[in-house]
Design a protein around this ligand. Sequence first.
Ligand SMILES: NC(=O)c1ccc[n+]([C@@H]2O[C@H](COP(=O)([O-])OP(=O)(O)OC[C@H]3O[C@@H](n4cnc5c(N)ncnc54)[C@H](OP(=O)(O)O)[C@@H]3O)[C@@H](O)[C@H]2O)c1
Length: 328
Amino acid sequence: MFFQSSRRSVSKGKLMEFTSSPFFPLVLGSIGVVALYQLLLRVRQKTHIQDAVVVVTGASSGLGRECAKVFHAAGARLVLCGRDKERLQDLVKELTGAADSQRKVQNMTYPPSMVTFDLSDTEAVASAAVEVLQCFGHVDILINNAGISYRGTILETDVQVHKQVMDMNYFGAVALTKALLPSMVQRRSGHIAVVSSVQGKIAIPFRSAYAASKHATQAFFDCLRAEVEQFGIEVSVFSPGYIRTNLSVNAVTGNGSKYSVLDKNTAEGRDPHDIAMVMLNCVSRKKKDVLLAGVFPTLAVYFRTLCPSLFFFIMASRARKEQKLKDS
Ligand SMILES: NC(=O)c1ccc[n+]([C@@H]2O[C@H](COP(=O)([O-])OP(=O)(O)OC[C@H]3O[C@@H](n4cnc5c(N)ncnc54)[C@H](OP(=O)(O)O)[C@@H]3O)[C@@H](O)[C@H]2O)c1
């Protein structure tokens, strides 16, 4: 009892001492500045996304679906793109249902529009872009998210498969971006985001087609950022590590067949909803290049630049190990 009350009076004394010290206003001021900054960020996020026309490709599943949900909840006017009309319709139903239940609290969401097309078909992309523009008259934010992955050895992979992955991951995003860009330039405003991958920064064995398509994506959008800044257009490249989606299941193999395996790394990857939330935040803050990977992939990105021989050594032993596993 005595110890308790003496401990209490000691801590009370320490608190009094602290509040009367010259550091107290400094700490209080810092907390105030941080709180104000957070508030400003929230206001900025709201103004950037609320009512904005946001196009999401690959909205039928995985990360695209989660992006649709978070941008919708933030008040965006969505144009959902995908190949599968039924799955997009299901998503629209889910979003408008969620909006109905939110309506009592905040009346700020819009029923999404849909445009179905195959992104790897350049001609289809050009006419789909016209449809996309007709939905709301313009586009504020384009999220190039759709993509396919690949598993295989270079030795056993058809060139056709390299082209298929490139057509989807690279030329699809390039074609849609180019088709929507003139209207953004005309309005002198717009934001183009692309979901690349950590494999757009480092190449890992048995992923050649995918890593090549994502490296090309990174390069194209880096060039684009520099070229369109003068028109008030922002470009964000997102490079995530593993995300818990069906990407590996939907991946193509060297002969063009579906891989159909949920890889352990993908199954244990980050929650797509969390990544979508980070993307919403980064788009609002107009971040230019965002690496969303764990410690080891992030270190690998630095090793590739600062100590390439070490990186090549690690990748070669990884390839030997994986090959041995496959052969056994
Ligand atoms: N999951 C990961 O570990 C990971 C890591 C880094 C980066 N990423 C990137 O994240 C993005 C989203 O992938 P995800 O993980 O969400 O995988 P996902 O669940 O397989 O989603 C891929 C989306 O792309 C669409 N798509 C594929 N081919 C298409 C085509 N030819 N035309 C139009 N749409 C097409 C799919 O539509 P359908 O339903 O019509 O097939 C699907 O909606 C991709 O760019 C991927 O490279 C993923």
